[in-house]
Design a protein around this ligand. Structure first.
Ligand code: ATP
Length: 330
């Protein structure tokens, strides 16, 4: 049986927004997220800006707490770990290696900081471990003496990855890890993550607007829309036969070469709705080409399917066998 390193059940996150106390409104950024990631797997998390990807990452990193629901890491509720242990278990790699590294510290100090904070080993063993991990991420030896300003974007991202990995985390959260880099360097960093994931049996959450990046790295894909996971399945299943019309709109959109972290125009009928005023029924219905005007408007589709989960009353690309399973429940 595969072990779930991460499991989320009914995770909801509300923010109180607006002016004075009496005028405050609730913005539901995450709406009942159910998700499990097995050891060694990479989960790609995709969706438009504002769908809740960063909020989910912040909950895992302990920057935010869920308003409801449970998060288990290694089978234990996340809040039972103390701050240091939690930081060791779950490490981030951010989009912009220019702002995520302290410009006044050498590469050696940056990479070794997590060991120092936890008091692991002595100065000599920490230095040796820094050299070892720097080698693993492909940083030339002499660069450990350098400062971030003396490095290229790709080298800085390697430093950020080395810092994240030095404490042997259980989960690596990569938030747009290549979108701030030159196109020529992006594939080097992707290949590095691919190799590390294989060699270290890393469990990764990869947040990206770029489906080519997700396709390159992820074993499975979760598609988010307005705080909900509307489809989750193996990468092949999503890329070849996505069931949710929103996933298919994402897949059809062609990403311009220098899109950075922006998602391209999806060619849908309406704009992304406000989470302060979410649509009734299926949250995607105002933009959906399959909106039937009745069921879709009234009923939020429950999660259906087995290993390939989707929330849609009129799923795309269903095989005859899928439809036979579906019919009795309709
Ligand atoms: N601290 C906060 N207070 C109020 N609303 C917030 C807060 N943080 C996030 N939100 C809202 O929650 C929703 C989800 O935001 P989130 O940043 O998670 O989306 P995202 O998918 O990561 O977007 P992006 O790709 O642009 O980073 C948005 O509507 C956002 O405005």
């Amino acid at each position: 049986m595969t072990e779930d390193v991460l499991s989320m059940r009914g995770v909801t996150r509300d923010y109180a927004v607006g002016g004075s106390f009496r005028k405050k409104r609730t913005l539901r950024a995450l709406r009942g997220i159910d998700l499990a990631v097995a050891r060694g797997r990479t989960l790609g998390l995709v969706g438009e800006s504002g769908c809740g990807k960063s909020t989910l990452a912040k909950i895992l990193l302990g920057v935010e707490n869920p308003s409801a629901g449970t998060v288990l890491v290694g089978g234990k509720p996340i809040e039972t770990y103390d701050r240091l242990e939690r930081a060791r278990l779950i490490q981030p790699v951010f989009q912009d290696p220019y702002s995520s590294l302290n410009p006044r510290m050498t590469v050696e100090r940056i990479i070794g900081a997590p060991l120092k904070v936890r008091g692991e080993g002595n100065a000599a063993s920490q230095r040796a471990r820094v050299q070892e991990i720097a080698g693993e991420v492909g940083l030339p030896h002499h660069l450990v003496e350098a400062y971030p300003s003396q490095l290229s974007g790709g080298q800085r991202q390697r430093v950020a990855i080395a810092r994240a990995l030095i404490g042997k985390p259980e989960i690596l959260i990569c938030d747009e890890p290549t979108s701030a880099l030159d196109v020529s360097v992006q594939s080097q960093i992707l290949n590095l993550l691919h190799r590390l994931k294989r060699e270290l049996n890393l469990t990764m959450i990869l947040i990206s607007h770029n489906l080519a990046v997700v396709n390159h790295l992820a074993d499975e894909v979760a598609v988010m829309y307005l705080g909900q996971i509307v489809e989750h399945g193996a990468s092949e299943a999503i890329f070849e036969r996505a069931h949710h019309p929103y996933s298919n709109a994402l897949l059809k959109a062609v990403l311009p070469p220098r899109a950075g972290s922006r998602l391209p125009e999806l060619g849908l009928q309406a704009d992304f709705p406000s989470p302060l005023n979410p649509p009734s029924g299926c949250a995607f219905h105002p933009r959906c080409p399959k909106n039937d005007g009745t069921l879709c408007v009234r009923v939020d589709p429950p999660a259906a399917g087995g290993s390939h989960v989707y929330r849609c009353h009129h799923p795309d690309h269903m095989s005859d066998a899928d439809m036979r399973v579906l019919e009795p429940s309709r």
